[in-house]
Ligand binder design. Structure first.
Ligand code: ZN
Length: 368
């Protein structure tokens, strides 16, 4: 098995690099790659981290998880890309300096009609898109054997940890039955991981916001690999409690897809620790809101983990002098994943990330 310069025969661990772009000042941008390959045949699991360069708990989780696994414990292989955005990591920046926008919106993907994005536009791809394509191609080369792709992120200051689960699409590229099998595979992964599950923004918002071009969105819905985004708390500093808990969760995922027979000794305590429960038990989906009507200074009355009801007042907007301009109500039942960072808001800004009641299907037509 080979990814970039990492090449592992059965029973080997190999560290190498995926060289993804020439730099104007000389040298190359390169992504570290580690393959841990078991002596025995089995499935492949990908762990990818820190495509947003200020999301650092994922990097620590990936490093520690790799260290805890030995090739003799595995059946199949783990492929890990712990730093998907080295330039962003160096600058403690979410974005990369290639086009200063979100690097996790440029993976190759099929559009709503099932046509590859690359076939429907006139401009050539720029650097970040070329980088994302190389990561995608490496995953695509192992797609048939891949049982899971776990893309590790953080979601914002003070955020609860949770798993984002995309809707599984069917249409041109797969039939409904195949999509349902893929969705069942996601059940196995999310249950093993043990974090609260939040469904991704549904179609058509999914396409409008380019979430089909995230790493997990493109792996799942274009490559047909069981893939999910895992949000591990807040940005910029390592959250040690969440790091520890995530290591146990990853070990349980590898065990659930038979890549691990037994949980390694050093991960046993965290793998058997109690997993967090969601503040509400019914299905929820991601939502940015509520939104304010007026510019001003927001004062939140709720925080991460609070259960809220439709019509409940969740914040006030004040003038800079401190007079109340507006009381902001939630339009939905659900709970607060995080407050949005910053307190200065403009009209129509969302002030929270919410998990709201979700009555939608998990398997849906691509063009529906
Ligand atoms: Zn992220």
């Amino acid at each position: 098995m080979q990814v970039g310069t990492a090449r592992a025969d059965p029973g080997e661990r190999s560290r190498g690099w995926l060289e993804v772009a020439d730099l104007p000042t000389g040298g190359t941008e390169r992504l570290p790659v580690t393959i841990v390959r078991g002596e025995r045949e089995g499935s492949t699991v990908w762990v990818t981290a820190s495509i947003h360069g200020d999301e650092v708990t994922p990097l620590a989780v990936a490093q520690d998880f790799l260290r805890s696994l030995s090739p003799d414990a595995l059946r199949g292989a783990l492929v890990c890309l712990p730093v998907l955005n080295p330039a962003g990591l160096r600058a403690t920046s979410r974005r990369s300096p290639y086009h200063y926008d979100d690097p996790n919106r440029y993976f190759p993907a099929l559009d709503r009609e099932g046509t590859p994005e690359s076939e429907t536009r006139s401009q050539p791809p720029r650097t970040q898109e070329l980088i994302d394509r190389q990561v995608y191609d490496a995953i695509a080369a192992t797609a048939d054997s891949t049982a899971a792709l776990l893309d590790l992120h953080t979601a914002g200051i003070g955020s609860l940890p949770y798993t984002i689960r995309d809707q599984v699409l069917f249409g041109t590229e797969r039939d409904r039955e195949t999509a349902e099998k893929l969705d069942e595979a996601l059940d196995t992964l999310t249950e093993a991981l043990g974090l609260p599950v939040v469904s991704e923004f549904p179609v058509p918002e999914y396409f409008e916001r380019n979430f089909h071009r995230t790493l997990s969105g493109s792996a799942l819905n274009s490559l047909g690999v069981p893939a999910m985004t895992i949000e591990l708390g807040g940005h910029t500093i390592i959250d040690e409690v969440i790091r520890e808990r995530a290591l146990g969760g990853l070990a349980r995922v590898l065990a659930a897809v038979d890549v691990l027979d037994t949980i390694p000794e050093e991960l046993r305590a965290s793998a058997s620790a109690e997993t967090p429960t969601a503040p509400v038990s019914s299905p929820v989906k991601r939502h940015d809101g509520p939104r304010v009507s007026h510019a001003g200074i927001v004062r939140h009355w709720v925080s991460a983990g609070d259960v809220i009801e439709a019509g409940e007042s969740v914040a006030a907007v004040l003038t800079p002098h401190g007079e109340r301009k507006e009381v902001v109500e939630s339009e939905h039942d659900g709970y607060v994943l995080a407050r949005k960072p910053g307190i200065a808001v403009h009209a129509n800004d969302a002030i929270c990330s919410l998990a709201i009641a979700d009555e939608g299907d998990r398997v849906v037509p691509r063009n529906g």
